[in-house]
Design a protein. Structure first.
Length: 235
């Protein structure tokens, strides 16, 4: 029962899906970490694979960039394909002063400037939150891996190129970093009664004009990938 965005049939996708933004990263993970990976989706080049990691069935699929793209794929995974857990793995810009290049951020909650929550007709401000079962396993996996990490609130932004220069205002509120997908993922998970978590590696510090090299990004991506797979293994 394919959707307009995903060619998979019911049963092709595992209960736990790791979602990098970049579909080529999904391909990389499948080819380098999964045993017997099978590609279930190529629509729009948004690759999805299912295989096994240390004997456990796991899928990995690209989400694309931005909350609308993440929302389409994650909604279908949760509500059509029976997925129970989604772990987003991505990059973030540092906002908090003590967050440095290559650090890991485990996103406990996601503030946002997006209007995604308006569809729920809530009389207030909804707080998109990760699932504790995933947060606690990710912390254990990160401690074992030895990376420097932070757990807290991030900003999911609709803009990468932003005229409002609002980062220092978010910094005053203790926000750790900025990315563009997590708030809609967490809202979809809550609305569907499912689990979600975002694990990020810091690729740049917009307030300090710093960024990682391509090689550093590749290495820190591998750390984050291994943390995400170990988290997936233990839930
Ligand atoms: N802004 C938004 N998204 C990002 C950034 C950023 O600076 N870095 C990595 N993802």
């Amino acid at each position: 029962m394919p959707t307009p965005h995903n060619n998979a049939e019911k049963g092709d996708i595992a209960e736990t899906v790791i979602m990098p933004g970049d579909p080529l990263r999904a391909k990389f993970i499948a080819e380098n970490y999964l045993d017997n990976p099978v590609c279930y989706n190529q629509v729009r080049g948004m690759y999805g694979y299912t295989g096994t990691y240390k004997g456990k069935r796991i899928s990995v699929q690209g989400s694309g960039m931005g909350m609308p793209s993440m929302a389409i794929y994650s909604w279908e995974l949760f509500n059509i394909y029976g997925v129970r857990n989604i772990i987003r793995t991505g990059t973030a810009g540092a906002i908090a002063d003590n967050v440095n290049l290559r650090d890991i951020i485990i996103a406990m909650s996601a503030s946002t400037n997006s209007a995604y929550a308006s569809q729920y007709n809530l009389n207030g401000t909804y707080a998109p939150t990760a699932s504790w079962c995933l947060v606690s396993e990710a912390v254990k996996a990160t401690e074992k891996n030895g990376c420097k990490y932070h757990v807290g609130n991030i900003l999911s932004s609709d803009t990468f190129y932003d005229d409002s220069e609002s980062l220092s205002s978010w910094q005053k509120m203790g926000v750790l970093g900025i990315e563009m997908e997590t708030a809609s993922l967490y809202m979809n998970a809550s609305r569907s009664g499912k689990n979600a978590l975002t694990i990020l590696t810091v690729s740049d510090c917009p307030l300090k004009n710093l960024s990682t090299s391509a090689e550093e990004r590749q290495n820190s991506f591998r750390d984050m990938m291994e943390i995400s797979l170990e988290t997936a293994l233990n839930i």
